[in-house]
Ligand binder design. Structure first.
Ligand code: ADP
Ligand code: MG
Length: 679
């Protein structure tokens, strides 16, 4: 469709904003709103306030400072008065802001030779002073060079009615009613031209819901088709070894463990191949759940393999399993790179013989030379520590064995359902009873001597401690304390009379394992380290986790670190040491206030965004224009429910009330073509 008022130059600018068709323009949504009713008169501003004002630029310029920083400054005026506005380090704004432009500014008011506003954000409303913001919500659009926000707004405004007349609804009325959503045309109008923020949010909700609904429909359909196609082993739940294990365990399973075990057993007993993720916080007891699965394989005459990311973890699992399996007279077979040649050979022979057994090991399990005669179950612990190819490799060591992935970075269910489209999900959302909380505190630099004394008293009692740093070496770029230098410092001073060891990513793997073994065996008192100790290590005698520069770590990472202590009967401590800014303090206080890994993951995701936590490489992570699966969590759960109901009644979306959705799915998502017979 041809748009009036768009010449070639503006068309180019619009293209940069991904606006090519008229529909793109309609879906170019405000990224935020300014509610003009909250705008304060300039005369009323006081230092310490956080304010939004609208004012006309009366003068402006760039001023250099002695430190070489260049500051863009402007004086703006409204009917009530004037104020100086300052943008340190942003001299380029001099080109974007002209005299007589009207600016909408939000930020703190400071005292600096008088009142000064330091905008966190601002919008240049252009030259015509719009004195008519009263009672109106201002839609703010993403803009680009050559196309100011104001030009975009007026372009959209000009065409909105014509575009809306072309919009047809494709969601069935009963879904709209269930969600309480306005129809599409109405929603788009509300988003572009709201009369209140609440209106805008109602419109936005509809668009977000639709995105989430469509992603869930695609994921659920893909998962259902994949399951149908995935032929696998049909295990028989004989209740021989599994019942024996249950009877022999020194504890009762938690409800969550029972539920997860049941889900896994059902999966394994079905003729389809299991492809399941077991997620649960540190210490939620994933290992024993995996062991039930392994025993089910063994009692059916198959082999099971459990792969862990480090030798130490593999050894630890082997030891745990050995203890739990003793009454059944089963010994796990350990397979790691550092086994003596003779043991390695005998392990290899047993694996290739096909005799029913449980193998526990490192990536040695997936080496070419390792063959399994009859692998029925592949378990991958701390799955995020392995690459996609490594995870797949274990699954390829047998005839379509069932696969169980385990993860200690739990994410909210709604998000997991959105992210891991092809996996079934079991969650341990409860921890075994009776564990003491780890006492967590944030302490300033000035408390360092006291903290070190405190740690030393714990050591005196025979306990052990971890001290963690964000970097290995000193570098010129940062003034962060580094593990290597602090190791020497601590060894020379505060802990001179203790046994210290240093551990980081550049220590060769074999030395790393031997250091960890010595720490585990109590031959080292203090382990000075980087985050290499993050993964699943269990040393019950360690009671202190001291973390320097805590602001450098993500909350989930801190949570993993904290999980290294508090594994014994003694009170344990996690101390975050350092002077941190306000923002970091807020973050760290969330962490100190809870030991719930889900809550922490949620906070982490909200603060850092999904990209950071999962990396951009995580393929198959859907991207959203409007929705945020985490912030819109309730809506996301509702969308999932609706998607599942729709597919249950009409798996191919062929009913008349669903054909509209199917058409839009086909237009919008390439994948839909394979999943539904579209077009
Ligand atoms: P993670 O989920 O972090 O891998 P583990 O499987 O290592 O957790 O279990 C942590 C500890 O809790 C182990 O010492 C394990 O024996 C113990 N444990 C597991 N389940 C229970 C339970 N239901 N009751 C008591 N202790 C349990
Ligand atoms: Mg574990």
């Amino acid at each position: 469709m041809y748009l009036k008022g768009v010449g070639p130059a503006r068309a180019e600018a619009l293209r940069r904003l991904n606006i090519i068709t008229a529909e793109d323009l309609l879906y170019h949504l405000p990224h935020r709103y300014e509610d003009a009713s909250t705008v304060a008169p300039i005369a009323s501003l006081e230092p310490g306030m956080d304010a939004t004002v609208i004012g006309t630029v009366v003068s402006k310029g760039v001023i250099p400072t002695r430190k070489g920083l260049r500051i863009f400054q402007a004086v703006v005026r409204d009917d009530s008065g004037m104020i100086e506005v300052s943008w340190p380090g942003q001299p380029f704004l001099d080109r974007a802001v002209r005299k007589n432009d009207v600016l909408l500014l939000t930020g703190p008011v400071r005292f600096f030779h008088g009142r000064q506003l330091h905008p966190r954000e601002f919008v240049n409303l252009g030259e015509e002073a719009e004195g008519t913001h009263e009672g109106r919500v201002l839609s703010v659009y993403p803009a680009t060079e050559g196309m100011s926000f104001k030009q975009i707004r007026s372009l959209i405004d000009q065409h909105l009615d014509a575009l809306l007349a072309l919009v047809t609804e494709y969601l069935p009325p009963d879904i709209l009613a269930r969600v309480g959503s306005p129809p599409l045309g109405e929603a788009l109008r509300l988003v572009h031209r709201p009369s209140s923020i609440a209106d805008a949010m109602r419109g936005r909700m509809r668009l977000a819901f639709e995105e989430l609904l469509f992603v869930h429909i695609l994921q659920l359909r893909a998962r259902a088709l994949a399951r149908e196609r995935r032929a696998g082993i049909t295990f028989v739940n004989k209740r021989e070894l599994t019942s024996a294990l249950k009877a022999a365990l020194p504890f009762e399973l938690t409800r969550a463990q029972t539920r997860a075990t049941r889900e896994i057993v059902e999966d394994m007993a079905s003729p389809r191949r299991m492809h399941r993720l077991l997620q649960g916080d540190v210490g939620s007891g994933k290992t024993v759940v995996a062991l039930f699965a392994a025993l089910l394989a063994v009692e059916n005459g198959f082999q099971a393999a459990i792969m862990a990311p480090t030798e130490l973890l593999a050894e630890q699992h082997a030891r745990t399993l050995e203890r739990m399996l003793e009454p059944m007279d089963i010994r796990p077979v350990l397979v790691t790179g550092s086994l003596p040649a003779r043991e390695r050979r005998s392990a290899a022979e047993r694996l290739s013989s096909g005799a029913p057994l449980i193998a526990v090991g490192t990536h040695a399990l997936i080496e070419q030379s390792t063959t399994f005669g009859k692998l029925g179950l592949a378990v991958i612990d701390e799955q995020h520590r392995f690459g996609v190819a490594q995870r797949a490799a274990l699954g390829q060591k047998g005839e379509r064995p069932d696969v169980l992935l385990m993860s200690a970075t739990p994410i909210p269910r709604s998000l997991a359902l959105t992210l891991y489209g092809d996996l079934d999900l079991s969650t341990l959302d409860e921890r075994p009873p009776g564990r003491l909380p780890v006492r967590t505190a944030l302490r300033p630099e000035s408390a360092r001597p006291r903290i070190l004394e405190f740690v030393d008293r714990e050591l005196e009692k025979g306990r052990q401690a971890y001290v963690v740093y964000p970097v290995i070496d000193d570098s010129e770029k940062t003034d962060l304390k580094a593990a290597t230098t602090m190791f020497e410092m601590l060894a020379a001073g505060p802990f001179a009379h203790r046994r210290l060891a240093l551990l980081h990513g550049r220590v060769p793997a074999a030395d790393r394992d031997s250091t960890m073994r010595r720490f585990r065996d109590g031959e080292i008192d203090v382990l000075v380290a980087t985050t290499v100790i993050e993964v699943g290590i269990d040393v019950p005698n360690a009671t202190v986790m001291l973390i320097e520069h805590p602001e450098r770590f993500g909350l989930s990472q801190l949570h993993q670190l904290r999980g290294r202590v508090g594994r014994g009967a003694d009170e344990a401590y996690c101390i975050l040491l350092g002077d941190v800014g306000d923002e970091a303090r807020q973050r760290l206080e969330i962490f100190a206030g809870t030991e719930d890994g889900f809550e922490i993951a949620r906070a982490d995701l909200t603060l850092r965004g999904m990209g950071d936590l999962f990396g951009q490489r995580q393929s198959g992570v859907p991207t959203f224009r409007v929705a945020d699966p985490l912030r819109d969590e309730e809506l996301n759960l509702l969308a999932q429910e609706v998607a599942s109901d729709v597919l249950e009644q009409d798996p191919e979306l062929t009913r008349p009330e669903h054909t509209g959705m199917r058409r839009v799915l086909g237009e919008r998502y390439g994948r839909a073509i394979e999943l539904f017979r579209v077009g």
